[in-house]
Design a binder for this molecule. Structure first.
Ligand code: NAG
Length: 369
């Protein structure tokens, strides 16, 4: 009897003990800590630091928190590293040649800064032949931004795709050009635009919800915006709008045109798009002689668009330097020049001959637009 009672007590005690530990034992909670922050600014002692914070404290014997929640060190200096100078380019533009070097490592933590001269330009006494300039216009302006098409359309030879552009045309209508030559310039400009990829109509706004866009400003004593990026809807529309630009016959206030150009790229109501190439093509025949200071405007213009120049005429050394400064680096890919307006016609004839069925412009990545 007593023995039986003891057995029952032991069994009950066992059950009670088990249920105790079952009910009252909690899960372990590990410490939870954030990622390290970014490095701080460098302080006056040349140190920087990073922190991490405890998000949850441990419980029930879970993994404890690390004690290092801040890390300081002397910030390692990284000096700028430049490449070697390239070879001289071929003769281009107004008869110049250039060589360039590029930044390989950007400086950090107060390391040695990069030199600002990344391109050296030298003026020679020779000029490129018109057919050489035609080739440069084709490869650097008309057929650019090409990358290999991962899925070329069946039956096509070309396997390159490109980006659409929002192109601002700046046309000089100053007195030195003359009204007859101004008509030639406008006509040849229209011809050039009609050869931009993709053909047959690079400015057809109906296709693929995209395509290229062009806006135009002209300048002489005053700057006149003729049309915005979303005003013209096809190449014939665009060409006739260019042909009806009136001739001003005044000074050459190029800086004022650049000032207006910056506004065209930074205002939201001019039809400019994101995810397109923002470009400028300036046609001019001479140095600026009025208006705003050019050198202070160019960095802002270059930050907003790639600037191409089609220069017509011959220039003094200071004129060459000024016109060369308008265009984006690398200069050999952005600066084209002819001696006069007859040569401009020759240039376009040579370009047109090369862009035909045997050498079409590269197809664009239409599906992504
Ligand atoms: C070009 O656009 C204009 C105006 O938007 C239109 O009247 C004309 O029919 C268009 N031409 C072609 C060939 O699409």
């Amino acid at each position: 009897m007593v023995g039986r009672f003891i057995v029952i007590v032991i069994v009950l005690a066992f059950i009670f003990g088990c249920s105790q530990s079952f009910i009252f034992t909690k899960d372990k909670v590990d410490c939870l800590i954030s990622q390290w922050s970014e490095w701080s600014q460098i302080n006056e002692f040349g140190e920087h630091s990073k922190q991490r914070v405890i998000l949850r404290y441990p419980d029930n014997g879970g993994m404890p928190c690390p004690t290092d929640t801040e890390f300081n060190e002397i910030a390692p200096k990284v000096d700028c590293v430049m490449s070697q100078w390239s070879e001289w380019s071929g003769i281009y533009g107004l008869g110049e040649r250039s060589k360039e070097r590029v930044i390989i490592t950007h400086p950090d933590n107060g390391g040695k800064p990069c030199p600002t001269d990344t391109e050296i330009t030298e003026y020679t006494t020779t000029k490129p032949m018109v057919h050489e300039t035609a080739n440069q216009v084709i490869t650097s302006f008309l057929q650019r931004n090409l990358k290999t098409d991962p899925a070329p359309p069946r039956g096509t030879v070309q396997s390159k795709i490109g980006l659409f552009r929002d192109l601002l045309i700046i046309i000089d209508s100053s007195g030195s050009i003359g009204s007859r030559n101004f008509e030639i310039a406008k006509k040849q400009l229209g011809e050039l635009l009609s050869l931009i990829c993709p053909l047959p109509d690079p400015f057809d706004s109906k296709v693929h919800n995209g395509n290229n866009r062009a806006a135009l400003i002209q300048f002489s004593d005053v700057v006149i915006k003729e049309f915005d990026f979303d005003d013209k809807h096809n190449i014939s529309d665009l060409k006739s709008a260019i042909m009806s630009v009136p001739y001003q016959n005044g000074g050459t206030c190029t800086g004022d045109a650049f000032y207006k150009a910056i506004q065209m790229f930074t205002s939201y109501n001019k039809g400019i798009r994101q995810n397109t190439k923002h470009e400028v093509l300036i046609l001019t025949d001479g140095e600026s002689n009025c208006g705003k200071d050019i050198s202070t405007l160019l960095p802002t213009l270059h930050a907003n668009a790639a600037v191409f120049g089609l220069m017509i005429g011959s220039y003094s050394d200071s004129g060459k330097a000024e016109l060369t400064s308008y265009v984006t680096k690398p200069k050999p890919k952005h600066l084209f020049a002819v001696d006069n307006f007859q040569e401009l016609e020759t240039l376009l004839n040579l370009i047109r001959k090369q862009i035909d069925e045997t050498n079409p412009c590269a197809p664009f990545d239409l599906s992504k637009k």
